[in-house]
Ligand binder design. Structure first.
Ligand SMILES: [Cu+2]
Length: 393
């Protein structure tokens, strides 16, 4: 018997820096300053990304020494969701990021087993951006929920616990399941209830799971999604490091970067105009001490999925090429030497790369206007330089 829910990522400390005193003042300045402030918060200043201008994020205003406007404005004009406004100033709410989501380790067995997994609903107030917090609905207290793992031929017994402290009913629909609703009806749990079901893993691949309680888009946007990997009978090839990242879109009443506890914005979600587009649940959640870290020459594997609920991702790591990418999350459709992978909401991929030179490589959704909404992470690679591959002339 194997359990998924005890496995942890190497770093689950959930460290996060709180807003510094200057941040709220910067927010009141003009757009160019706010863009710089935003980029600092998501860790993109001073980390050697090619050039801010390359990404369209340079500051072009206020170079003549004019006094900055003191009027609060949305962080990025047109970047906020429908109905998102520059709200009246709120006090910053400084809370930690949610824990780094757990990632079950690679399997080593080639025989079928019964895999027992328990997921527990947790409502968590977590850091959304510096000075901004959000009340997430989660599986096991992280966004995304833990990466689960089984092998073709396994029977998975999944228990969903909805504690009495929870606010609402939830369920789980796993895309790796053959059966109506992917298990949603069988796991519909009211507050205080626990339900379980089993399914046989028949198809290998990387699959999304999510809450499918109505309104489904709200439950997903609030954080209720994750990945389950069904390894093929002969297992996935061994790599040196595995990572787990998911993208989602979030809808708040105030513009991105506004301090305070953020409120959900239903009209913005209905219009599919997110305020935030984030990796692992929050702006800057895959940067700094939470960045993906590896060494030159190591084989790296990233399981990447999109919870959505609405936006596809153009998944790209600037300055790298994916040696292998499992298109649509299918191990039967491996493409080689891939620059960008399109991943649909409710879809996933697995990419593998070996980085030959050191540096900080920025993870993006290559729909780059989303950078300002939070869709930026970092892969930090340490090791010796190789001038034969990359050097200044
Ligand atoms: Cu739910």
């Amino acid at each position: 018997m194997t359990t998924n829910d005890t496995h942890s990522a190497a770093d689950r400390t959930g460290r996060g820096s709180n807003a510094d005193a200057s941040t709220s003042a910067e927010r009141a300045l003009d757009c160019s300053v706010d863009r710089r402030s935003l980029l600092r918060r998501i860790g993109l200043l001073g980390v050697g990304i090619p050039a801010a201008g390359f990404l369209g994020i340079g500051c072009s205003e206020n170079k003549g020494g004019a006094s900055p406007r003191k009027t609060a404005v949305p962080v990025t004009s047109g970047a906020s969701g429908a109905g998102a406004t520059a709200a009246a100033p709120q006090a910053a709410v400084n809370v930690d990021y949610m824990p780094v989501p757990a990632l079950a380790p690679a399997l080593t067995r080639k025989t079928a087993e019964t895999v027992k997994t328990t997921l527990t609903i947790k409502d968590v107030k977590g850091k959304l951006a510096d000075g901004a917090a959000y009340t997430y609905w989660t599986f096991n207290g992280s966004v995304p929920g833990p990466l689960l793992r089984a092998r073709v031929g396994d029977t998975v017994e999944l228990t969903l616990v909805n504690p009495k402290e929870s606010a609402l009913g939830h369920n789980i629909d796993l895309h790796a399941v053959w059966g109506p609703g992917g298990g949603a009806a069988l796991t519909q749990v009211a507050v205080g209830e626990t339900k379980a079901f089993s399914f046989k893993a028949l198809n290998p691949g990387v699959y999304v799971y999510h809450c499918a309680t109505a309104p489904i888009d709200l439950h997903i946007s609030n954080g209720m999604f994750g990945l389950i990997v069904i390894e093929p009978p002969d297992l996935l090839p061994r790599v040196d490091r595995e990572f787990y990242v998911m993208q989602s879109d979030m809808y708040t009443k105030s513009a991105a970067g506004t301090p305070g506890l953020q409120e959900f914005n239903l009209p913005a979600m209905a219009d599919e105009r997110p305020t935030y587009v984030v990796f692992n649940g929050a702006m800057g959640s895959v940067t700094g001490d939470r960045a993906l870290k590896a060494k030159v020459g190591e084989k790296i594997r990233i399981f990447f999925g999109v919870g959505g609920p609405n936006l596809s991702s153009s998944f790209h790591v600037i300055g790298t090429i994916f040696d292998r990418a499992a298109i649509f999350g299918s191990f039967a459709s491996i493409s080689e030497s891939v620059q960008t992978v399109t991943v649909a909401p409710g879809g996933a991929t697995m990419v593998e790369l070996t980085v030959p030179v050191p540096g900080t490589f920025t993870i993006v959704d290559h729909a780059l206007s989303r950078l300002n909404k939070g869709a930026a992470g970092q892969l930090v690679v340490e090791g010796p330089a190789d001038p034969a591959i990359f050097k200044q002339l």
